[in-house]
Design a protein around this ligand. Structure first.
Ligand code: ADP
Length: 275
């Protein structure tokens, strides 16, 4: 039994890491498939960290395809059609989360899955109620939290999608995390979507001087993405940078970048800093 005397972790050291759906799933594969090769390697890198982490999973193929099929992302979809999509989306996301938990467990990382549908409500797509006490107690007990993008009950729209990016930002702010590492399938933010312009230039730092210009440049990702892609990521992460939290967007497909981030070594990435 865990009691307060056994607390082993302090939240001011918390690292939030988002495993992008584009990395842990084959985003274009139908039916959805976990990218096991990537996931196994990432699980090994996560094991290097040694401290409990808050690990947030993007939906990738598992979330976005089912969400798209049931009309999420289209403002004209009737509420009853959205509700019909709940089991499909939840089944896919639960399968993805279980797979991640299993791979982490094989590397000796003790983790517990939290499914937002069970305890979070939204209002018009925004967080309405998101209790965090049990998450905090889990981390304090030395257990990594694995939480995933999900469909949730929405007080206005019947059901909406809560993205992994939104979860990462909300919890990092709530717990005043030390760092937020957003792992995706590109080197960070580029001057244009690299799938449209392969010559787009990498942006190493977003700060007060260039943030508006960069927001105007970035667009949605090209796969079926109901949660907003890069532009939405940046606008949410900008909120965090005001809180002196180290915010990094990096390429999680490249081996050792995550390990080097944990070790404080420089990597190719985009840092967001408004200080
Ligand atoms: P994830 O599933 O990893 O969260 P997303 O698909 O939501 O990732 O966002 C990453 C994608 O955003 C990239 O693969 C790229 O296609 C797209 N994108 C659009 N605009 C940009 C940009 N300016 N810089 C980098 N990526 C961009």
């Amino acid at each position: 039994m865990i009691c307060s005397a056994q607390i082993v972790f302090h939240l001011e050291n918390l690292i939030v890491i988002k495993l992008g759906g584009s990395v842990i799933t084959d985003k274009k594969s139908m039916p959805p498939r976990v990218n096991l090769k990537s996931l196994r390697r990432i699980a090994k890198e996560i094991a290097v960290c040694g401290a409990p982490l808050l690990i947030v999973l993007g939906g990738g193929a598992h979330g976005h395809q089912a969400a798209h099929k049931h009309g999420f992302g289209n403002p004209n979809t009737p509420p009853d059609r959205l509700l019909l999509g709940i089991p499909d989306i939840r089944r896919n996301m639960s399968q993805l989360a279980s797979r991640v938990e299993e791979e982490l467990s094989q590397q000796g990382v003790l983790g517990a899955i939290f499914s937002p549908f069970n305890f979070v409500t939204l209002h018009d797509g925004f967080i309405h109620n998101f209790p965090t006490e049990i998450i905090e107690q889990t981390l304090n007990a030395g257990i990594s939290v694995i939480i995933h993008g999900d469909v949730c009950i929405d007080m206005k729209k019947a059901a909406s999608i809560l993205s992994g990016d939104t979860i990462a930002v909300f919890l990092a702010e709530k717990f005043q995390a030390k760092s937020v590492f957003i792992g995706t399938n590109v080197d960070g933010v580029l001057t244009e979507n690299p799938e449209i312009n392969p010559d787009a230039k990498h942006i190493p730092l977003i700060d007060k001087t260039n943030k508006d210009q960069i927001l105007a440049l970035t667009g949605p990702s090209s796969s079926i993405d109901v949660t907003g892609g890069m532009a939405k990521k940046i606008s949410e992460l900008l909120d965090l940078a005001n809180h002196k939290i180290d915010v990094v967007i990096f390429n999680l497909l490249i081996p050792n970048r995550l390990t080097n981030l944990f070790l404080g070594k420089p990597i190719i990435c985009t840092r967001i800093s408004l200080n």
